[in-house]
Design a protein around this ligand. Structure first.
Ligand SMILES: Nc1ncnc2c1ncn2[C@@H]1O[C@H](COP(=O)(O)OP(=O)(O)OP(=O)(O)O)[C@@H](O)[C@H]1O
Ligand SMILES: [Mg+2]
Length: 1119
C-alpha cells in the first residue's frame, strides 16, 4: 500500500503510518467480507470479539453494522472526526463516521443525492446513529456564521422532536414513537442550506394509556419537573405526577434521565430553532390541556328514556382547561355529553354514555397531541427550510421506529413493523436482488445466492385487494355493525392460505390447536420474527374518529394554535366525506418515502441490539443471532463475497482514470470498453481483480479501486504540476513578450524623446549663435552707422558753425545796418516829430486834456460800480443803510442807485406776499396815497394794523339786535363820537360800514339811528392836523341828508376814510372825494356851516374840543 502514497505530503504520510487500512491492528475482521470461514457462528463470534474490544462497528462491504454499546465510548470526539475526514472508506477501522464521510463526499464531489438508511429494532441505536451522522456532517461541512446557524438549527430540531415524540418503553428509555426522515440540503460547495423533516405516524395511543413499565411522551414529565413554579401556575399544572391520570405512575422516573435538565434543553432548542415566545407558550398550553383532559371524569345520570347520560364529575378541571385554551366551557361540556351526526343536511343529536364520553375524551387528547406534534414538525420545517432557490443536493437520514415485538401488540406495532418490512424490502431490492440481477444483466459469471425476499409479507399487508390494510379499510367503511371481531373474521377468510399469516380461526387447520395463539389475535411471520397482534382497537385506531362536536368545540377556541389544529371544525368547511383512514394514510406516506429513497444512493447502517437489558458489556448471542438472521446479514456477506466491490459504466470509468495511461490520455478515440481494457493492462492489474460486464467494469476488491484512486490522485498531482509548469511557462513567456513589446515601445519613445531633445538643443544653440552673429553684425553696422552719423553730424556742426559764423557776421552786419537804418528813422522821426510838434503843438494840448479826462472818468465809474457791488446793504426794505458816496460828482447817481435798489428790494419783498397780505398792504398803500404828507395824523397810523371790526358785533350778545338788522358783511364796526350839529357836543355812536351802507347806531341799545347808502356819500372832509374829526357829506336831496352831513370823530380816522374810499370805489366805481383842509363847509339842514380847526389849549388832554361859535362857524380846537 505504501507504494500508492508516494505523492502524498509528509504530514499525511505520518498519519498513514499510524493506520493505512482497516486491516491494520484489526480485531477479528473489520469487514465481514473477509471472514473465513463464513458461517453464522463465525459471524457472531467475530461481532462478539469486536464488541468485547469496544469495536462496535463492523462492515459488510459498504454496509455498517452497529452494535449498541449502551455506554458512551470515546470514539466520537472532534479528533476522531478529523481522523476520518476525507479518508477512504476502507482506510481506517470501521466507523459510522467513515460511512458519513463517504456519503458526504460522494454528495459533494460526485453530485449524487444520498440517503442513509438506519434500521434495527427498537433500542438498537438508530436515533443515536442518525444524530452521529448529522453531527459528523455538520462538523466537516462548510463554516461561516450563516452556515453555522443552519447547522445549529438542524441539530437542535432533534431535542425538540425527541421530547415530544419519544418515550420510555420496555425496550428503550428513549424510544422514537414516530418515524422521521430528514432531508439535509446542501449547495454545490457542500455547505448546508437547510432541511425538510417528514414525520410518520406518531404512536398517539400512548398519550392516554401506556403499557406497564412504560411512560408517556417525555415532554409531560419534563414540564412537570423542569418548569418554574410560576410557569406551572400559568399552565394551571401541579408538579406532582400522581395528579394526572394520563401519566403512568410505576415508571415515572427513568434512571439516568434528568427531566428537568432536559426541559431546559428543549426550551433552549426551541429558541434556537426559531420558535417565538408566544408560540412556545401556546405549545405548552396545549400540552397542559392534554394532561388535564385525562383528569376529567364522568358519571352516569339516568334520563327519562331509561338511557344513561354521562355527566362530568368535577367541573373544576374542565373549567381550568377552558381557561387555558380559551374554549367556551359549556360548548366543551356539551361535546362530552352529546354527539351530533350529520347526514345529508340532517342533524341528529344523541347522548353519550359514560364509556362513550371517556372514548371522546381520549380521542380528543390523542388528536390534540398528535396534531400538535405534526404542527411542531411543520413549524420546524418553516425555520430550517433552505432560503435560496439554487439547485440543492440532498442527504436524507431515515430514523424510523424499529421492529417491535411486545407482549400485547396492537395496531401501532402492526404499522411500525409494516414500515420495517418495507425498509427490509428496499434493502433487499437495492443490495441483494439488484446486485445479483445486475451481474446477470451484465453477463458476469455468477452463482446465485439464496436469500429470503420479504416481498410476500409486504404483499400480505399492503395488497390493494387482499392486503390486511385494505381489508381493515373495507371493514371500517362497511355499513352495519363493525367490530374488531368482524375484521378478524374477514382476515381469517381472506388470508387463511397465506404462508405468513396465522390465526386460530382461519380456515387453515394448522393452528387450530395452537394454544399460544388466542382467538382474538392473528400472527404474522415477519422477516424479523413472528408477531402476534391483538385485534382489539384495530378498527377504532384505523378510523381515528374524533366526534365533530369536539373538533368544532376546538375550532371555536380562543387560542390561535388550537384553532389552527382543527381546521375541519370550521362549520363553513364541513366535509361529510370520511377522512382517509390511518392505515391508508400511512401506506401512502411509506410508498412516497420508498419512491424517494429509490432515487438516492443508499448507505446502510444496520443497528443490532446486544441485549434486552439496556446494559453495557452484555452480548446476548441468541438475541444477536436472531437479528442477524432476520436482517439477512449473512446473505449480504455472501453476495458481497461472490460479487464485486465496485462497478462503474465504462465511459465514466475511462473518463476518471484515462490519465493513468499514455494511450488513453488525453483522448481515447475507440470504444470506452477497449479504452478501459488498455488502461487496466497498462496498469498491470491482476486479471482476477476485475471483470468486464456488458456496459460496466466490475472490480472485485476495494483495494484495487483504492490503488486506482491513489494512482489517479498522484497522476492528477503530476498533471497539476505539468499544468502549473506550462501555465507558469506561458505566463512567463507572455510576460516576457509583453515586456519586450513594452521595451520596444519604451525604446522608440525614448529615442524619439532624446532626438527631440537633441534637436531642440541644436536648434536653440543655432538660434543663439545666429543671434550672436546677427547681433555682432548689427552692432558692427550700428557702429558704422553711428560713425557715419557722427561724421555727418560733425560735418553738419562744422557747417552749422560755419553758417552760424557767417550768419552772425551777416546778422551783425544787418543789425548794424538796421540800427543805422533805425537810427536814421528815429532821427528822421524825431526830426519829423519835432517838425510836426512845432507845427501842431497848439492842437495837441486841447484834445489830450479831454481824452484823459474821459478816460479817468470812465475808470472812476468803473471802480465805483465794482466797489458798490461789494458794499450792498441787506435786502430788508426798512434797512436805511447805504454806503457813503465816494465821489461828489456821483451824488445823483448814488441816490438814484439807492432808489432803484430800494424799489427793487421792495418788489422782492412784495413778491413774497400772500393775497391777504397784499390786500392789507394795498389798503395801507391806498391810505398813504390819500393821506401821506397831507394829514398829520397819517404817520401815526402807518404802524397800526387796519382791523376794521373793532366791535365784535356777531359774537357779542349785546349787539344781537344790531347784527340781526344788518345782514351784509361788516367792513368797519367801531365806536365813534358824533358831534352834535347844534352844540358841538360829542355822543358815542356805533359806526358800521357795510358793502353798500354806512350805518350809525346807538352804542347802548344797538338801534340803528341812521343808514346812508354809499351812493349818497359825496365827500369826506378832514383837517390836515393830528385830530380824528371828519365830516361825511351827503348827497343833496337824499333821504339821509335831511338832517345834514355827519360830523364824526374817530381814533382810526385814516383807516375809516381809506376803507370808505375803497368800498365806495368798488361799489359805485366812483372815487370818493376826500378833502383835507383846515377849513371846510358842511351842510346842516339848510345851513352851510364852516368847520374851522384851530390850535387849542391842552386842557382836555389830547382830545380836540368842538364849539359852535355861531350859525356859520364851528370851531375845533386841536391840542
Ligand atoms: N453509539 C452509542 N453509544 C452509546 N450509547 C448508545 C449508542 N447508540 C445507542 N445507545 C444507547 O441506546 C439507547 C437507545 O438508542 P436509540 O434511541 O438510538 O434506539 P432506537 O434504535 O432509535 O430505538 P427506537 O426504535 O425505539 O427509537 C440510547 O438511548 C443510548 O443510551
Ligand atoms: Mg429511535
Amino acid at each position: 500500500m505504501g507504494r500508492l502514497h508516494l505523492g502524498m505530503n509528509a504530514d499525511k504520510m505520518a498519519k498513514m503510518e499510524v493506520k493505512t487500512s482497516l486491516l491494520d491492528d484489526m480485531i477479528g475482521v473489520g469487514d465481514m467480507v473477509l471472514l473465513e470461514p463464513l458461517d453464522e457462528d463465525s459471524f457472531i463470534n467475530n461481532l462478539k470479539k469486536r464488541f468485547d474490544h469496544n469495536e462496535v462497528y463492523t462492515y459488510i462491504g459498504s454496509v455498517v453494522i452497529s452494535i449498541n454499546p449502551y455506554r458512551s465510548l470515546p470514539i466520537y470526539t472532534p479528533e476522531k472526526v478529523e481522523e476520518y475526514r476525507n479518508r477512504n472508506f476502507y482506510e481506517l477501522s470501521p466507523h459510522i463516521f467513515a460511512l458519513s464521510d463517504e456519503a458526504y463526499r460522494s454528495l459533494r464531489d460526485q453530485d449524487k443525492d444520498q440517503c442513509i438508511l438506519i434500521t434495527g429494532e427498537s433500542g438498537a441505536g438508530k436515533t443515536e446513529a442518525s444524530k452521529l451522522v448529522m453531527s459528523y456532517v455538520a462538523a466537516v461541512c462548510g463554516k461561516g456564521a450563516e452556515v453555522n446557524q443552519v447547522k445549529e438549527q438542524l441539530l437542535q430540531s432533534n431535542p425538540v422532536l425527541e421530547a415530544f415524540g419519544n418515550a420510555k418503553t420496555m425496550r428503550n428509555d428513549n424510544s422514537s414513537r414516530f418515524g422521521k426522515y430528514m432531508d439535509i440540503e446542501f449547495d454545490f460547495k457542500g455547505d448546508p442550506l437547510g432541511g425538510v423533516i417528514s414525520n410518520y405516524l406518531l404512536e398517539k395511543s400512548r398519550v392516554v394509556k401506556q403499557p406497564r413499565g412504560e411512560r408517556n411522551f417525555h415532554i409531560f414529565y419534563q414540564i412537570l419537573s423542569g418548569a418554574s413554579e410560576e410557569f406551572l401556575c400559568k399552565l394551571k399544572l401541579e408538579r406532582d405526577f400522581s395528579r394526572y391520570n394520563y401519566l403512568g405512575l410505576d415508571s415515572a422516573r427513568v434512571n439516568g434521565v434528568d427531566d428537568a435538565a432536559n426541559f431546559r434543553t428543549v426550551r433552549n432548542a426551541m429558541q434556537i430553532v426559531g420558535f417565538m415566545d408566544h408560540e412556545t407558550q401556546s405549545v405548552f398550553e396545549v400540552v397542559a390541556a392534554v394532561l388535564k383532559l385525562g383528569n376529567i371524569e364522568f358519571k352516569p345520570e339516568s334520563r327519562a328514556n331509561g338511557l344513561d347520560e354521562s355527566k362530568i364529575k368535577d367541573k373544576n378541571e374542565l373549567k381550568e382547561i377552558c381557561e387555558l385554551t380559551g374554549i367556551d366551557q359549556s360548548v366543551l361540556e356539551r361535546a362530552f355529553s352529546f354527539r351530533t351526526v350529520e347526514a345529508k343536511q340532517e342533524k341528529v343529536s344523541t347522548t353519550l354514555n359514560v364509556a362513550q364520553a371517556y372514548y371522546a375524551r381520549d380521542a380528543l387528547a390523542k388528536n390534540l397531541y398528535s396534531r400538535l406534534f405534526s404542527w411542531l414538525v411543520t413549524r420546524i420545517n418553516e425555520s430550517i427550510k433552505a432560503q435560496t432557490k439554487v439547485r440543492k443536493k440532498v442527504m436524507g437520514v431515515l430514523d424510523i421506529y424499529g421492529f417491535e415485538i411486545f407482549e400485547d401488540n396492537s395496531f401501532e406495532q402492526f404499522i411500525i413493523n409494516y414500515c420495517n418490512e418495507k425498509l427490509q424490502q428496499i434493502f433487499i431490492e437495492l443490495t441483494l436482488k439488484e446486485e445479483q440481477e445486475e451481474y446477470i444483466r451484465e453477463g458476469i459469471e455468477w452463482t446465485h445466492i439464496e436469500y429470503f425476499n420479504n416481498a410476500i409479507i409486504c404483499d400480505l399487508i399492503e395488497n390493494n385487494q387482499t392486503g390486511i390494510l385494505a381489508m381493515l379499510d373495507e371493514e371500517c367503511l362497511r355499513p352495519g355493525t363493525v367490530t374488531d371481531d368482524t375484521f378478524l373474521e374477514k382476515l381469517n377468510q381472506v388470508c387463511a392460505t397465506h404462508q405468513h399469516f396465522e390465526s386460530r380461526m382461519s380456515k387453515c387447520s394448522r393452528f387450530l390447536n395452537d394454544t399460544s395463539l388466542p382467538h382474538s389475535c392473528f400472527r404474522i411471520q415477519h422477516y424479523a420474527g413472528k408477531v402476534m397482534y391483538q385485534v382489539e382497537g384495530f378498527v377504532d385506531k384505523n378510523n381515528d374518529l374524533l366526534y365533530r362536536d369536539l373538533s368544532q368545540a376546538m375550532w371555536k377556541a380562543n387560542h390561535s394554535l388550537i384553532k389552527a389544529l382543527f381546521p375541519e371544525g370550521n362549520p363553513a368547511k364541513i366535509n361529510l366525506k370520511r377522512p382517509p383512514t390511518a392505515g391508508s394514510q400511512f401506506k401512502a406516506s411509506v410508498a412516497t418515502l420508498m419512491k424517494n429513497l429509490q432515487t438516492k444512493n443508499p448507505n446502510y447502517i444496520r443497528c443490532i441490539k446486544p441485549n434486552d437489558k439496556k446494559a453495557a458489556h452484555i452480548f446476548n448471542e441468541a438475541l444477536v443471532c436472531h437479528q442477524i438472521r432476520y436482517l439477512g446479514l449473512l446473505e449480504n456477506v455472501r453476495v458481497r463475497r461472490a460479487g464485486y466491490a465496485f462497478r462503474q459504466p465504462y465511459e465514466p470509468c475511462l473518463e476518471r482514470y484515462k490519465m493513468l495511461c499514455k494511450q488513453t490520455w488525453p483522448h481515447w478515440r475507440g470504444p470506452a470498453r477497449a479504452g478501459v481494457e488498455v488502461l487496466f493492462n497498462e496498469l498491470r492489474i491482476p486479471e482476477e481483480e476485475f471483470s468486464f460486464g456488458r456496459s460496466k467494469i466490475f472490480i472485485r476488491n476495494p483495494r484495487t479501486l483504492f490503488k486506482l484512486e491513489d494512482l489517479r490522485k498522484q497522476r492528477l498531482e503530476d498533471l497539476a504540476t505539468l499544468i502549473g509548469k506550462i501555465y507558469r511557462g506561458w505566463k512567463c513567456r507572455t510576460h516576457f513578450l509583453l515586456m519586450k513589446k513594452c521595451q520596444v515601445v519604451i525604446a522608440s519613445w525614448y529615442r524619439r524623446y532624446s532626438q527631440q531633445k537633441k534637436y531642440q538643443k541644436i536648434k536653440s544653440s543655432t538660434i543663439t549663435v545666429q543671434s550672436y552673429i546677427r547681433g555682432w553684425k548689427a552692432r558692427k553696422q550700428l557702429r558704422e552707422l553711428k560713425h557715419l552719423k557722427r561724421c555727418n553730424e560733425a560735418a553738419t556742426v562744422i557747417a552749422a558753425y560755419w553758417h552760424g559764423t557767417q550768419a552772425r557776421r551777416e546778422l551783425k552786419r544787418l543789425k548794424e545796418e538796421a540800427r543805422r537804418k533805425h537810427a536814421v528813422a528815429v532821427i528822421w522821426a524825431y526830426w519829423l516829430g519835432l517838425k510836426v510838434r512845432r507845427e501842431y503843438r497848439k492842437f495837441f494840448r486841447a484834445n489830450a486834456g479831454r481824452k484823459i479826462y474821459e478816460f479817468t472818468l470812465q475808470r472812476i465809474m468803473q471802480k465805483y460800480f465794482l466797489e458798490m457791488k461789494n458794499k450792498m446793504p441787506s435786502l430788508s426794505p426798512i434797512d436805511k443803510n447805504w454806503p457813503a458816496r465816494p465821489y461828489l460828482f456821483l451824488e445823483s447817481t448814488h441816490k438814484e442807485l439807492k432808489r432803484i435798489f430800494h424799489l427793487w428790494r421792495c418788489k422782492k419783498y412784495r413778491d413774497q406776499f400772500t393775497d391777504q397780505q397784499k390786500l392789507i398792504y394795498e389798503e395801507k398803500l391806498e391810505a398813504s396815497e390819500l393821506f401821506k404828507d397831507k394829514k398829520a395824523l397819517y404817520p401815526a397810523s402807518v404802524g397800526q394794523p387796519f382791523q376794521g371790526a373793532y366791535l365784535e358785533i356777531s359774537e357779542n350778545p349785546k349787539y344781537k339786535k344790531l347784527k340781526d338788522a344788518v345782514d351784509e358783511k361788516i367792513i368797519i364796526a367801531e365806536v365813534v363820537n358824533k358831534i352834535n350839529r347844534a352844540n358841538g357836543k360829542a355822543a358815542s355812536r356805533i359806526f358800521l360800514l357795510t358793502k353798500n351802507n354806512v350805518l350809525l347806531a346807538d352804542q347802548k341799545s344797538g338801534t340803528i339811528k341812521s343808514e346812508v347808502p354809499l351812493g349818497d356819500v359825496t365827500k369826506v372832509s378832514m383837517s390836515s392836523q393830528n385830530d380824528g374829526f371828519f365830516a361825511v357829506h351827503l348827497k343833496e336831496g337824499s333821504e339821509a341828508a335831511s338832517k345834514g352831513d355827519f360830523l364824526l370823530s374817530s381814533d382810526h380816522l385814516i383807516e375809516m376814510a381809506t376803507k370808505l374810499y375803497r368800498t365806495t370805489l368798488s361799489q359805485t366805481k366812483q372815487k370818493l372825494n376826500i378833502e383835507i383842509s383846515d377849513e371846510f363847509l358842511v351842510q346842516f339842514k339848510q345851513d352851510k356851516v364852516c368847520v374851522k380847526f384851530i390850535q387849542g389849549s391842552q386842557k382836555n388832554g389830547n382830545i380836540p374840543t368842538c364849539k359852535r361859535k355861531n350859525n356859520r362857524l364851528l370851531e375845533v380846537a386841536v391840542p
